[in-house]
Design a protein around this ligand. Sequence first.
Ligand SMILES: Nc1ncnc2c1ncn2[C@@H]1O[C@H](COP(=O)(O)OP(=O)(O)OP(=O)(O)O)[C@@H](O)[C@H]1O
Length: 372
Amino acid sequence: MIQAIGLTKVYQRGRRPALLDLGFEAGPGTVTVLLGPEGAGKTTALRRMLELERGEGVTLFDGRSYRRLRRPEREVGVVLPTAYPSSGSPGRTARGHLRMLAAAVGVPPRRADELLEQTRLATVAGHRLRSFSPGMSRRLALAVALLADPGALLLDAPTERLSPRNAEWLQAFVRAFPAGGGTVVVTTRSPQEAALLADRVVTLDDGCVVADQSVDDFRRTRLHPEVAVRGPQMARLADLLVTQGAEVRRDGGAGLAVSGLGRTEIGELAYRSGILLHELADRVVEQPAPRVPRIAPARTAALPAVRVRRTAAPAPATSGREPVPAPADPAPTLAPDLPEPGRQTQVLPAVQPGCDTVLLPAPLTGPDHWNG
Ligand SMILES: Nc1ncnc2c1ncn2[C@@H]1O[C@H](COP(=O)(O)OP(=O)(O)OP(=O)(O)O)[C@@H](O)[C@H]1O
């Protein structure tokens, strides 16, 4: 179980936060997608989760923050954009690179060979890294992340700039990983990819969570199937389509976007009416994310906006992979940047601009308060 609680990052004082109070839970056996456009805060979110960036909030991996994991490489495999193409010395072979890292994390060399097979790199295992394509580098980065057989994966835009074939392979891998109880958190800018990969979709915009939805809700509310039609007689076709009950809107100069009728019906109608078509294609377009403001309880609704930092860790959760409960952590489970135990809440001065979210200075008892 991964619990992200109140993750916030301000890169420059006085500037808008790159990430503001991100909270979500990613359960065992699931894929959670952080979806958002360029600059939405997805990479910052993963970097905060891994404590590569300082800031507020904490992420718990089965009840412990990343820096308190005893063997992080066995618990969380990470692929960030910095892992490729710079992963490894350019003169080293893929096999040499992976075996060296296998030794570093204490797994036998055969694990490196297995992963070369699994990531379809066996045939280029003896090639030097400098000759690797972006797709090969990405698969090698994934192999590195998997070396110690982690229960969770954090993947930042893993399919970006990959060939369709490599992207498909990676998507299939991500879908398959949770089958054994693993947890995946993956970022993407593509709503279509989110719908393909996710069990849960957390949509970010400008550093704020604007929606946290099951994939079914996401598909229903955010993805809109339509047919793109192009040709020289679109005004006439539009009239005919409307009489058939379709919804039609202009799409560029000689194009229509049609919903309510299928591609085959539109093609047949055009054919019967002697209308020439240059394009007839299914596509899915994104609807804007619904804003989901958190509702303030009536008794405190009149309070000024405040931010509340969590100071007590939630109850430890099990990973779903390991039936035995995690051993007690002798170290305190609070992140060092949070106040000492005992104090339930800390009220900070005014909320930063951005998210239409108000958090209230009520005592907190569990992570639910952070995800409502
Ligand atoms: N090191 C940094 N210093 C200052 N600002 C930064 C830094 N890194 C990111 N930002 C800013 O933080 C915001 C979020 O960036 P981030 O890279 O997390 O977005 P993203 O959703 O991952 O975008 P993309 O899809 O383009 O990778 C952006 O406005 C970005 O300019």
